[in-house]
Design a protein. Structure first.
Ligand SMILES: NC(=O)CC[C@H](N)C(=O)O
Length: 314
C-alpha cells in the first residue's frame, strides 16, 4: 500500500478508532506528583501523523498543549551524543533496561559501577543533561531549546513556566537521584544547576503535531524530509531508536514492542512519540496514564493502528 492510499484510509478510520480508544481514559488518570500536570483533561485524546511528503492526518484533541516530559530525553540524548560522542556519553550512562519504575533509585546502589542503566530513566536523563555543552545552565538550556525548535520545525517552541516551577518545587525524588549520582561521581557539576536544565527540557510545551514532526526526523534517520537538512547523524538516531524500543515505554517496553512493535517514547504529561521507520512520525496525547505511567488511551490507539496496517517492525 502506498503512503497516500494508507493515509487516505487512516483519515477515514481514525476518528472512530480515536473515540473507541478515548473510552480507555476512564481506567487511568493524569499524573499528579507534579501538581501542575493534574489539571490536564483526563478524557482528552489527540493524534497527528506526518509523512515524508508533509502530508498530515490529525484527529481528536490534536491542538491540546502539553509538556514533553520524558519525550525530551530522546532529544537531549541526541544532543549529548553530538556534543560528547558515544564514548563520552556511555561513560556516564549504560545501555540496558532496568525493569524498574522510571524514577527508581534501586539499581544505582545495587549494581557496580553506579551509573544509571540507560538514558531514558530519570537518573540517566539527569546525567545526560550534565553532558550538554554550555558554560552555564542557561547556555545549556538555550542550546537544548534551539535544537528542539529545529527538530520540531517551530522557532517559537519554549518551556511552560508553571509546569517547570511546579516540578522544580516538588522534585524530591529527582533531587535524591541527582545527589546520589553526584556522590557516585557520575555528575561532575553541581546538582542544582543540572536539575534546572533537566526540569526545563521536560517542561517544553508542544502539541502532538510538533511531536509528529520530531518523530518524522527520527523515522528518516536524522534528516528532516521537509527541509532536506541533516539534523542528527544517522548513527546517533540508530542509538536513540534502539533505546526507544528497549526502554522508551518505561518498564512496559516489552509489552509495547509485542503489541505495537514501533520505536516510541512516552512522557508523564500523556504524550507519546512513535514512528514507523522510513515512513511516518506520530504524536499522540492522552493525559490519563496507566499504572506504568504511559497514556492509557494513547497506547490503545497506537495498537489499533499498528494492527490494522501491520506496522510492527518485528
Ligand atoms: N516519566 C516522565 O515523563 C518523567 C519526567 C518528569 N519530568 C520527571 O522527572 O519525573
Amino acid at each position: 500500500m502506498t503512503s497516500e492510499t494508507e493515509l487516505n484510509r487512516l483519515a477515514e478510520q481514525l476518528p472512530a478508532w480515536l473515540e473507541t480508544s478515548r473510552k480507555e481514559s476512564r481506567h487511568g488518570q493524569p499524573a499528579s506528583y507534579i501538581p501542575e500536570l493534574a489539571h490536564a483533561p483526563g478524557d482528552a485524546l489527540g493524534i497527528a501523523l506526518l509523512d515524508a511528503a508533509g502530508r498530515e492526518v490529525t484527529a481528536g484533541d490534536s491542538r491540546l498543549s502539553f509538556t514533553l516530559q520524558s519525550i525530551s530525553k530522546v532529544f537531549t540524548l541526541l544532543l549529548a551524543l553530538m556534543d560528547q560522542g558515544e564514548e563520552g556519553v556511555f561513560r556516564k550512562v549504560g545501555m540496558e533496561p532496568t525493569g524498574d519504575d522510571f524514577n527508581s533509585m534501586l539499581k544505582l546502589e545495587l549494581v557496580e559501577p553506579g551509573i544509571p542503566f540507560n538514558p531514558l530513566i530519570n537518573a540517566g536523563a539527569i546525567a545526560v543533561s550534565s553532558l550538554i555543552r554550555g558554560a552555564t545552565p542557561a547556555e545549556k538550556t538555550e542550546r537544548i531549546l534551539s535544537f528542539f525548535r529545529e527538530v520540531a520545525g517551530d522557532p517559537t517552541l519554549t518551556f511552560n513556566e508553571a509546569v517547570y516551577r511546579s516540578e522544580a518545587a516538588t522534585a524530591h525524588r529527582n533531587r535524591s537521584l541527582a545527589y546520589f549520582l553526584k556522590d557516585n561521581e557520575v555528575l561532575d557539576e553541581e546538582v542544582e544547576p543540572v536539575l534546572d536544565v533537566y526540569f526545563k527540557h521536560c517542561s517544553v510545551e508542544v502539541t502532538c503535531r510538533h511531536v509528529a514532526r520530531m518523530a518524522l526526523v527520527l523515522a528518516m534517520n536524522g534528516t528532516d524530509p521537509l527541509t532536506g537538512r541533516e539534523l542528527v547523524p544517522r548513527r546517533y538516531v540508530q542509538i536513540a531508536k534502539t533505546f526507544m524500543v528497549s526502554c522508551g515505554m518505561y518498564n512496559a517496553s516489552g509489552e509495547f514492542a509485542i503489541r505495537v512493535g514501533l520505536p516510541a517514547k512516552s512522557g508523564v504529561a500523556g504524550g507519546i512519540l512513535a514512528l514507523v521507520p522510513g515512513r511516518y512520525g506520530i504524536g499522540v496525547v492522552g493525559p490519563a496514564l496507566n499504572e506504568k505511567g504511559n497514556s492509557i488511551a494513547g497506547v490503545h490507539l497506537l495498537q489499533t493502528m499498528s494492527e490494522a496496517f501491520d506496522w510492527s517492525m518485528f
